[in-house]
Every structure is written in C-alpha cells, then in structure tokens.
Ligand binder design. Sequence first.
Ligand SMILES: *Cc1c(COP(=O)(O)O)cnc(C)c1O
Length: 409
Amino acid sequence: MFVTHLESALDGTRFEAGQVHTIHQGRPLWVRYDLPAIRAVVQPGDFAQRPPSLWRYRELLPLAGNAEPVTLGEGMTPLLPCPRLGRELGLTNLFIKDESQLPTGSFKSRGMTMAVSLAKQLGLKRLAIPTAGNAGGALAAYGARAGMEVFIFMPEDTPVINQMEAYLAGAKVFLVNGLIHDCGRLVRENAERYGWFDMSTLKEPYRLEGKKTMGLELAEQFDWQLPDVILYPTGGGTGLIGMWKAFQELNELGWLKFSREPKASARFPRLISCQSDGCAPIVRAFAKGERFAELFPNAHTIASGLRVPAAVGDFMMLDAIRQSGGCAIAGTESKIRPWMERVFRTEGIGICPETAVCFACLEQLLADGRIKPEESVVVFNTGAVQKYPEAVPLNLPHIDKNQPLDLSI
Ligand SMILES: *Cc1c(COP(=O)(O)O)cnc(C)c1O
C-alpha cells in the first residue's frame, strides 16, 4: 500500500493513513500516495497484463495490500466510438465511456467497491448514506456483499428502481420529504446516536479514489494520452474531481505521453461540468467566478443524479474545472428526453437522463465554437437507461390479437 497520508483539501492539514477519517472543518480530505515508490514498482504497460477491472490499478488505490476487496466484478468499461452521432454533430472523434455496464447499473459502484472495502478493512459495521438514488443502490449491494448493515435516506420521489434495489439488497430504506442535502443532514445529525458511519459522497475519503479509476481507465484506453474534452454530468462532483486527481497523479508519475513536455498542463482534457438548468449550483458559481457554490433553490430535474443543490466538494470541482481550462454549463431540462432517444437511436447506446444533459451541453458548446470539430470528445454515460422508467412515459400502440393486423406504416 502506497498511501502516505490524508490531507485536508481546504487547508492541507495532514492525517494519518490507516485510521477512520471523515472531513476536516466540514470539507473533504485527499488521499496522498508515495508516487516515486509506485513508479519504482510498476510501469503503465503492466496494467494491461492484469484482469480488466478497476482493481488492476491497485498500487494507486488505498486498500491495504493484504486486504481482499469487496467486489462485484467492476469490469473496465468500454470506450465506445460514436462515428454516426459524431458525423451528425460535426465531430470526428466522439466517444461515450459507458459506465452503465458496471454492477448496479451506474458508476456509483466504482466509489462503493472502494469505500466499502476500506470500511471493512477499518472495521466499520453500520453504514448510512443520503442519496439521490444510484449511490444508495450501490451501497446496499456492496454492503450486502460485505455483510454490513446499511441505512439509506432518499428523497420520496427517488426513481422507484433505486428504492427497489436498495430494499431488495436488505438495506433499511427511508423516504424523506426533502432533497439529498436534507437527507444528508438527517444522517449527520443522527450518526452518533445510531452508530452510523456516514458514507456521503466526499465525507469519507475513498469513494473519490474509486471514481478516480475513471481517469486511469481513460488514460490507458487513450494509450496514455488523454482526450481534448470530457463532458461529465455533475451532481456531488466526485467523478469530476476524481478524474482530475487521476490525471495529476499520472502526470507526476511521468506516465502520460506529454508529461515531460513544457507547458504540459495545456494538454490535460478540458473538464466540462454539465448540469440541468433545473439544478445548476456549480454553473452559477462558475459564472460568478466564485470558489464556493450557494444552495440552488427549488432544485428539480428528472436527471435524479444531478439533483444536488449543495455539494461539500464544490470548491474542488470549481478548482478542477478552472485549472483544466474547461467550464460549467447547464443543459435545458426539456432536451433530456429528445437526447435520450437520439443517442440510443443513432448509436444503440442507452443513456441515462444525466448523460442526456451532457449532450444538450455539447450541442451548445459546438454551436458557440468552444469545442472544435477535430477535437476528441468523451461523454460519460454514468448510468443505465433501464433505471429510469419515470423519465420516459410511454404511449405505445396496442394490438387486438383477434383482428387482422393492419399497420399503417
Ligand atoms: C451520482 C450520479 C451522477 C453525479 O455524479 P457525481 O460524481 O456525484 O457528480 C451522474 N449520473 C448518475 C447516473 C449518477 O448516479
């Protein structure tokens, strides 16, 4: 294990590795590694020899070397070229990184395989989480796998499949008449009383390390170069922050093909944080030039994973977006369903509503010239379309089996 220590993202205060940690002054911690020692024992080419799972990057992950991960088989997700859709949009190099194929149908399993593995290593037994949906489903599954008790608090209008998966996996599931930050407050205020460890995004340090593997996989799939632009649907921001952390670590390791070039920082992908115009706290803070985001009032969006009106990692997101030369932008809520249809019909890839928001943003960025036709663009499909029946009300024709078939087509 190559973790040297943990460190406050706000003021750099150091914390010892191998102990239970949460936040410092209400803000997240970074896990730090001995990168020169990692460089001495592993080369980028070594990873390809290992099983195609996020656990192939073991040296860059926080789990003790002798500890068994709590895993459901988090396969490396495909980077799917989208030539047909790219042609329609005027892009020569468009890709979807398809996270929908992960256990529990969303990329939340990356964070949870890591966080639950560490919770087990550290001897925690009772976990609680506020969730917009998929994180609860994933924690329920990994908690069951590890034999732990899981308590889940979700808004009462959370997609029914998230309620079902969490319940079936044996978690205690509670529906709250509020949003994720209200659920977060309930967990925080009652953690001591019920003996819960708070697994909220960025309030324990290891979900971030799991999400970091999106960046590691992407680097490997791009042959240790990186794409020009990444569009990422942003809620709590762990994915965005995790990828940026991955790129910094890979650069320090000297593993990126441009690592040794002067002005190498210009070669990092521009991170585009995409939110729905129904809940866009990061977009607002970005536009105002602020480092911390205000609570977004009356948050509403069918893209449930983006319904996060306040995020503890706001400044980490905004720092990453700005350092990368990217931006935060809002897609229109009314474009979600049309984009879900268009991407599935054009490329055969079912995308979640959160990713549909990214496509609405991509369209704007292409129209105003902020993304150029020849640039390589990766859009993250963070969840499986099948988890969102509420997003697409259907009205399909019925057939009477006793009548001759007469399709006016
Ligand atoms: C949680 C979630 C998001 C937001 O991810 P963060 O890393 O928390 O910003 C996006 N899409 C889906 C499907 C999600 O479940």
